[in-house]
Design a protein around this ligand. Structure first.
Ligand code: ACM
Length: 474
């Protein structure tokens, strides 16, 4: 790499200057300062023949300046006197405050070392949130001291279905291979600290009251049919086995959440809320009694009640509830942050209902979808989101008022791992779509797709240098 300035995501403003700064060690010799005349999220880089100056409105923004500067140094050329860094003026700040990646470590457990490399990639792309989807029907991945069986039992499944799950499928073949794993509290504290050093918040998700089959397998009293011999789920799709709405279960979840709060300092805690079938609540005597006691007209309304009961633990600790967009329909607290996943339109509904919203629509930023012809790509869940679709993504849907737009606090891409059993496959699905996503999350100018590809080609070496896999460009 030389003389081609390839910064990803592109800064908001970059003006090439005259000449070069020659330095034996330009990384060490650049002057870095936090200054008062810049906004907290702003930074500037000025390279002139006299030197390099990085200035920023906060320590956090100075980190972004450094990320950009390091990418700029890839354009330096060797000369007799040292490295010649091209003169340039960069003025930059992120468009959105929430620039996230969700990694599903529940469907397939991902080793801690890989999570750390993903954090490196998040930092490289000047993103700032790692949302860890820690629990689901197919696995429970977070150590909880009060309830050891959540990981002794819930973190393991004896085998996994083979091939693509189709709608209404009842017959399955299995791989005969035990799969599982979980993070100890020490692991998670290490992940959180590693991320924090890079200005990244780790937002944990405990998905409830649906997507809880692994927990119910460990503690059958949490379910609506405690006598059933439920195991950790071995097929994909949505389980009808959801938490019951008994007082003891509310207390159980509160205890779990207190331990989660103790491990994760994040101001935001995600409590899922997606895809929660109410079939069992409709027939369960206890759930029906609870519904009558609360004067609810529909079993589905129990979800809002349950979430409110357990989310009290978050509020008491000064944390903020985050949930998937189904939560808007379940009478959730007004200050809940909503993650719009079913469509961009669900995001519009959420902001119009007054919620701060993170745009995460499956039609644009679900990286478990195919990125090329399914005939030649590895098996994926479906859909079609090629790199260009991500590059063309508009975070803010048209037609919102200025006040509604201001409630869109950011955007997030998702990597669900049903069909990704190891880091190599996750890397293939994640990169370089994450690079295109970062441009939209940061607010890089949309010049042209070809211009983006020209910057992306040399940028792939940076992803590779982190030890991460990626899909080669077409
Ligand atoms: C989701 O994709 N179920 C949030």
């Amino acid at each position: 790499m030389s003389e081609q300035i390839a910064i990803v995501p592109a800064p908001r403003e970059l003006v090439a200057g005259e000449g070069h700064w020659v330095s034996a060690d330009p990384a060490a010799e650049a002057v870095r300062t936090v200054v008062e005349n810049l906004g907290e999220t702003e930074y500037r880089i000025d390279v002139t023949p006299d030197g390099a100056r990085l200035s920023a409105g906060s320590e956090e923004s100075l980190r972004y300046a450094d990320q950009t500067y390091r990418q700029l140094l890839d354009a330096a050329t060797e000369t007799d006197g040292g490295l010649a860094v091209p003169a340039v003026h960069i003025a930059d700040a992120p468009r959105f405050g929430w620039r996230g990646l969700m990694l599903d470590v529940a469907r397939h457990f991902m080793p801690k070392e890989f999570v750390l490399r993903v954090i490196d990639a998040i930092a490289l792309h000047r993103l700032n949130v790692l949302h860890l989807h820690l629990t689901d029907d197919q696995g429970w991945r977070v150590q909880i001291d009060a309830f050891p069986k959540l990981t002794e039992v819930g973190a393991w499944r004896p085998e996994t279905m083979v091939g693509k799950m189709s709608h209404g499928q009842t017959e399955f073949t299995y791989d005969g291979t035990r799969h599982g794993g979980f993070y100890t509290k020490d692991d998670l504290r290490e992940i959180v600290a590693y991320a924090a050093e890079r200005g990244i918040t780790v937002v944990p998700e405990i998905d409830l009251p649906g997507h809880m089959q692994a927990a119910i397998a460990a503690y059958p009293e949490l379910g609506n049919n405690p006598d059933s011999q439920l195991g950790v789920r071995q097929i994909w799709g949505i389980s009808d086995d959801v938490l019951n709405v008994n007082d003891e279960t509310v207390e159980f979840v509160r205890t779990v959440l207190r331990e989660v709060l103790d491990t994760f300092p994040s101001p935001y805690i995600h409590l899922g809320g997606d895809e929660c079938p109410d079939v069992q609540w409709r027939t369960s005597e206890a759930a029906q009694a609870r519904q009558a006691e609360l004067g609810l007209t529909d079993a589905g309304q129990l979800q809002g009640w349950f979430t409110e009961q357990v989310a009290a633990v978050l509020t008491e600790d000064g944390r903020r509830l985050v949930g998937w967009d189904e939560m808007v329909e379940t009478d959730c607290p007004k200050d809940a942050v909503i993650m719009a996943w079913r469509s961009a339109q669900r995001g519009e509904v959420a902001v119009k209902a007054g919620h701060e919203t993170v745009m995460a629509p499956c039609e644009s930023v679900y990286f478990d979808y195919y990125q090329g012809d399914p005939a030649t790509e590895p098996l994926a869940i479906g859909g079609n989101i090629p790199l260009r679709t991500v590059y063309d993504f508009e975070v803010i849907p048209p037609g919102l008022s200025a006040e509604e737009e201001a409630r869109i606090v950011g955007t997030q891409c998702q990597i669900w791992t049903e069909y990704m059993e190891d880091p190599e496959r996750v890397g293939y699905m994640l990169f370089p779509r994450l690079s295109a996503f970062a441009e939209r999350a940061w607010g890089s100018p949309k010049t042209s797709y070809d211009e983006f590809l020209a910057r992306l080609r040399p940028h792939l070496a940076r992803i590779e240098a982190l030890g991460l896999n990626y899909r080669p460009l077409d």
